[in-house]
Design a protein around this ligand. Structure first.
Ligand SMILES: *Cc1c(COP(=O)(O)O)cnc(C)c1O
Length: 232
C-alpha cells in the first residue's frame, strides 16, 4: 500500500490526530507549558504497518509498540521511513538486545537484569525507568523503593542514556493522584542526574492530567488510531 492509498484506507485518521494535537495544545496552555516540551508518541500496537505509514505521511515521527515481535516486524517493513520507534511494553531479558536494534528508546526498564542485558549493545540507547504506580507487583514497573539503585545502575551503564521515568496510571485511582506521585519519583531521579528529566506518561483517557503533572512523552493510541483491531 502506498502512503496515499494508506491515507484513503484510514479515513478519519487525520481528523483524530489533529483533534489529539489540539487537545495536547490546550492542556499545555492550561498548565502554562509550551507544546514544544512534549513529544507525541502514537501507539500503533495491533495495527498494521500500513496505518503507521499513513501516520508518517501525516507528519508523525514517533510511534510506540508494546510487543517485541510485532515491533520488530513493522519497523523492518517500514525501514524506508525515518521513524523513532519507542518500545513501551514489558520486555523479556533475552529479547532486550534485539529490541535495541530497532528502538530509539525503551520505556520499560524495570529491573537490574534488563540493564545488564542491554549493557553490551553497540550503540547508545535512550531508556526510561518504568515505575509501578500500583501495589500489585505483577504489573510492569519497578517498585518505588528500587528507583535509586536502578537509576544508579543505568547511569553507570555506558551504552544507556537515562531520559527519565515512565508509568501507566492505575485504573482504580484518579490519574491526578497517580501522576503527582510520579512527579515525585521523577524528582528523585533528577536528584541523581538532572538531565534525566523526562516523564513518559499520559494515554488516551488521561493525557491532559499527565501534561498538568509535567509529562514530556505522551503515549497515545486509540484516540488517534481508533479501536485496536484485536485488543487484548
Ligand atoms: C497501549 C498503551 C498505551 C496507549 O493506550 P491508549 O489508551 O490506546 O491511548 C500507552 N502506554 C502503554 C504502555 C500501552 O501499552
Amino acid at each position: 500500500m502506498s502512503a496515499t492509498e494508506a491515507l484513503v484506507a484510514y479515513e478519519g485518521l487525520a481528523d483524530r490526530l489533529h483533534l489529539v494535537q489540539a487537545g495536547i495544545a490546550d492542556a499545555c496552555k492550561s498548565a502554562g507549558r509550551d507544546v514544544s516540551e512534549t513529544t507525541l508518541i502514537v501507539v500503533t500496537k495491533f495495527h498494521p504497518a500500513s496505518l503507521v505509514r499513513a501516520l508518517a505521511e501525516l507528519g508523525v515521527t514517533d510511534v510506540g509498540e508494546n510487543r517485541h515481535q510485532e515491533a520488530q516486524q513493522k519497523s523492518g517493513e517500514l525501514a524506508d521511513l525515518d521513524l523513532n520507534w519507542h518500545y513501551i511494553g514489558q520486555l523479556q531479558t533475552k529479547k532486550a538486545r534485539q529490541a535495541a536494534q530497532y528502538a530509539s528508546a525503551i520505556h520499560s526498564i524495570d529491573r537490574a537484569r534488563l540493564v545488564e542485558a542491554l549493557a553490551p549493545i553497540d550503540s547508545r540507547l535512550d531508556v526510561f525507568l518504568q515505575i509501578n504506580l500500583t501495589d500489585d507487583p505483577g504489573r510492569g514497573g519497578a517498585a518505588p523503593t528500587e528507583i535509586e539503585p536502578l537509576a544508579e545502575q543505568i547511569l553507570a551503564t555506558e551504552t544507556l542514556t537515562l531520559r527519565g521515568v515512565m508509568a501507566v496510571a492505575p485504573l482504580e485511582e484518579a490519574p491526578e493522584a497517580a501522576f503527582a506521585r510520579l512527579a515525585g519519583y521523577s524528582e528523585r531521579v533528577r536528584a541523581l542526574d538532572p538531565a534525566a528529566s523526562a516523564i513518559s506518561a499520559g494515554m488516551t483517557h488521561d493525557y491532559a492530567a499527565a501534561i498538568a503533572a509535567g509529562a514530556t512523552h505522551l503515549r497515545i493510541g486509540s484516540a488517534i488510531t481508533g479501536n485496536r483491531p484485536d485488543a487484548r
